[in-house]
Design a protein around this ligand. Structure first.
Ligand SMILES: [Zn+2]
Length: 126
């Protein structure tokens, strides 16, 4: 159960980027267009807004803070050493930084970066 000093860190919605057309151009047609269009519809329909609203309602009851952070580069940043590079993503699901040897699930690595960014932001005056 959260207590008054707890915070929930959420990524600021980037819906516009996430729902950009998957169709591509005549020269460079998109891939998985139908599947991405379905995902876009789901995101726009309720996804993140509903989740954020549920978090805000729970936060009001428990005195928990909601901290929203810019998610830029969280998926390309090595959590232990902070190095940022697109090459750190070995694949969609695996994060691997060759120089320091850190290897992790890409989502877990990005979530840790988001959490750290949220903690840092929550220390700043409002
Ligand atoms: Zn590293």
């Amino acid at each position: 159960m959260p207590c008054a000093k707890d915070a929930v860190v959420l990524e600021k919605p980037q819906t516009r980027n996430m729902t950009a057309s998957a169709k591509g151009t005549a020269e460079a047609p998109g891939r998985n267009v139908k599947r991405k269009a379905g995902l876009n519809r789901a995101i726009l329909a309720k996804g993140r807004h509903g989740f954020k609203r549920a978090c805000e309602n729970a936060a009001r009851r428990t005195g928990t803070r909601i901290v929203q952070v810019d998610p830029a580069y969280t998926s390309q940043t090595c959590h232990p050493c902070g190095h940022v590079a697109a090459q750190n993503r070995e694949s969609r699901s695996v994060f691997r930084r060759v120089a320091c040897g850190h290897r992790a699930n890409a989502d877990v690595n990005a979530a840790r970066n988001t959490l750290t960014r949220g903690w840092t932001n929550s220390l700043l005056p409002e």
